[in-house]
Design a protein. Structure first.
Length: 116
């Protein structure tokens, strides 16, 4: 087997003009349906984890001192943990909405591809 030929074909394929196929359109629609839920989930999860961490720092008196900071830290930490806990159910609902929004187009395009 000629590995140089295989390598040359792989490189040439990267530079060849791309033809928009129905598979690529299907993948784009799928990504378009899932992207808002994914972006929101990562953003909300990071913010919730940071809030929980700030609450932990306050409650352990790494930041601030006194009983008031400890109580405030517990409250802030619990809010952060609740945010982390509800993140996945929110993701599932948003993903379901996104899929429902583009379901008809995706199914039509998938049927066209399958019928070929």
């Amino acid at each position: 087997m000629n590995t140089d030929k295989i390598l040359a074909e792989a490189i040439a394929k990267d530079y060849a003009p791309k033809v928009d196929s129905k598979i690529i359109a299907l993948k784009k629609l799928d990504k378009k349906a899932k992207m808002p839920a994914t972006v929101f989930t990562y953003t909300f999860g990071i913010i919730s984890a940071l809030v929980a961490g700030a609450g932990m720092c306050l409650s352990m008196q790494v930041i601030g001192s006194g009983v008031l900071c400890m109580v405030l830290g517990i409250i802030v930490g619990v809010i952060g943990f609740i945010g982390c806990g509800v993140n996945y159910p929110i993701y599932k609902k948003m993903l379901e909405k996104g899929k429902a929004k583009y379901a008809f187009e995706i199914v039509q395009l998938a049927k066209e591809i399958a019928d070929k």
